[in-house]
Ligand binder design. Structure first.
Ligand code: COA
Length: 390
């Protein structure tokens, strides 16, 4: 029996900034951002969106009423938690109308949370093949205005429905992992902005990729050439370039792994970092944009969560409507309004506000689900289609 991803959906907020505008405002050479980092645009997340509303917007693009009845688990991977106790999945369950007879919880290990959810989900499905599992990777990447990390911000959500009908990606259960207590990137409880030792985090990421990839090759007696594509967790596209170079030199630009990698980074270069969702946006980018990768292709996935956990695992590309996926993601990206750097700075600052009672202006946000505000420390979400508050 095979299990894996049956459906995959993506959401990002309706605003972006252009990296040339950001470079000019920060007195940097635009080529540093465009070539050195590999980033062209970056989504800007308004106060009317948080991980719950973004996850609901992503999941709504893929779930049918029948799916909602068959989901036994909602696993919410995030490192942008909305409460230290209550899981984001509880709000998501009610916004989407998923059966109350489900397990719903949140998983945290930096950008690795979505992968932990997938591994847990496929184990459950192996024993319960007639059920389904919803896995979310949703985050807002914030490093601070005028910091070196600013060019690697972004945000959004990826929703994945796992089942024993894995038309997107069948997971073969082969996996290798490595973890170590290190300080390359972290997010202290008292602030919404990440702390990062950026150059060190690059080195650790490449090291963890090499360790897990080689462990995988040894364990399953495989070689690099057994893969048709390698997709990476991409905080920014250059990080994946650095990792891929260690197994296929960049001089071999016509090598299929480089050709497919270039497809897999396209959407990430327009959206920016979405932490737990970044690897899965790369997967979407590959399968939506590559015309050379066929159904049946062997895909290797490198997941990395600072702090740090690495995992390399694999799957086989299924047969499904890739054009429809591309249309839906292109629509998300192309609908965004370009902000000036001053408008972005104002939006960024207002997103940092935290008060027990808060009314958020969502009049410009056309997303189905929005965060309306807070009343006595209770979050209030709005479904703009039904007009219901949750
Ligand atoms: N044209 C082309 N490339 C240029 C350039 C120019 N004019 N100017 C600089 N570059 C290149 C540099 O050579 C460098 O490339 P390299 O990494 O291949 O050597 C790249 O642009 C970045 O320049 P650098 O000076 O290293 O940038 P920085 O010190 O400002 O910081 C990061 C870059 C990525 C370290 C920083 O943005 C960061 O910390 N981001 C967060 C990373 C993160 O999230 N890590 C944790 C998740 S795993």
């Amino acid at each position: 029996m095979s299990v894996g991803i049956e459906k995959i959906g993506f959401y990002t907020a309706p605003y972006y900034i252009d990296m040339v505008d950001l470079a000019e405002a920060r007195n940097q050479d635009p080529n540093k951002f465009l070539i050195g980092i590999g980033q062209k645009q970056q989504s800007v997340i308004p106060p009317s969106q948080d991980v719950v509303s973004m996850a609901a917007n992503a999941a709504e693009t893929i779930l049918t009423e029948e799916d909602k009845k068959t989901i036994d688990m909602i696993i919410f991977g995030t490192e942008t938690g909305i409460d230290n106790s209550k899981a984001a999945s509880m709000y998501l369950q009610s916004l989407l109308g998923i059966s109350d007879y489900a397990r719903a919880f949140e998983v945290k290990q930096a950008c690795y949370g979505g992968t932990a959810g997938i591994q847990m989900g496929i184990n459950y499905l192996a024993l319960n093949p007639d059920r389904k599992v919803l896995v979310i990777g949703a985050d807002i990447a914030r490093y601070g205005l005028e910091t070196p990390g600013e060019v690697t911000q972004g945000g959004g959500a990826v929703a994945m429905l796992l089942s024993s009908n894995p038309t997107v990606l069948a997971l073969d259960g082969k996996s290798a992992f490595y973890s170590k207590n290190i300080m390359d990137f972290w997010r202290p409880n008292y602030t919404k902005e990440a702390r990062v030792d950026g150059h060190y985090s690059n080195d650790v990421y490449v090291d963890f990729f090499n360790r897990t990839f080689n462990q995988y090759l040894d364990r399953y007696n495989k070689q690099v050439t057994d893969f048709d594509a390698l997709v990476f967790h991409l905080p920014y596209p250059k990080m994946g370039v650095k990792a891929l170079r260690t197994v296929v030199p960049q001089e071999e630009e016509n090598n299929p792994l480089w050709v497919e990698f270039n497809h897999s980074k396209l959407y990430n270069s327009l959206v920016g970092n979405l932490y737990t969702g970044s690897l899965y946006l790369s997967l979407i980018s590959l399968i939506a944009n590559s015309k050379t990768i066929p159904a049946g292709a062997n895909i290797g996935l490198f997941s990395y969560g600072s702090g740090a956990q690495g995992e390399f695992y694999s799957g086989v590309l299924g047969e499904f409507d890739r054009k429809l996926l591309k249309q839906s993601v292109d629509q998300q990206i192309n609908r965004r309004k370009r902000l000036t750097i001053t408008e972005y700075e104002q939006m960024y600052r207002s997103g940092l506000k935290e008060t027990a009672d808060l009314s958020i202006n969502y009049s410009d946000d056309d997303s189905r689900f929005v965060l309306k505000g807070r009343a006595k420390d209770k979050l209030i979400y709005l479904d703009q289609v039904t007009g219901e508050d949750k």
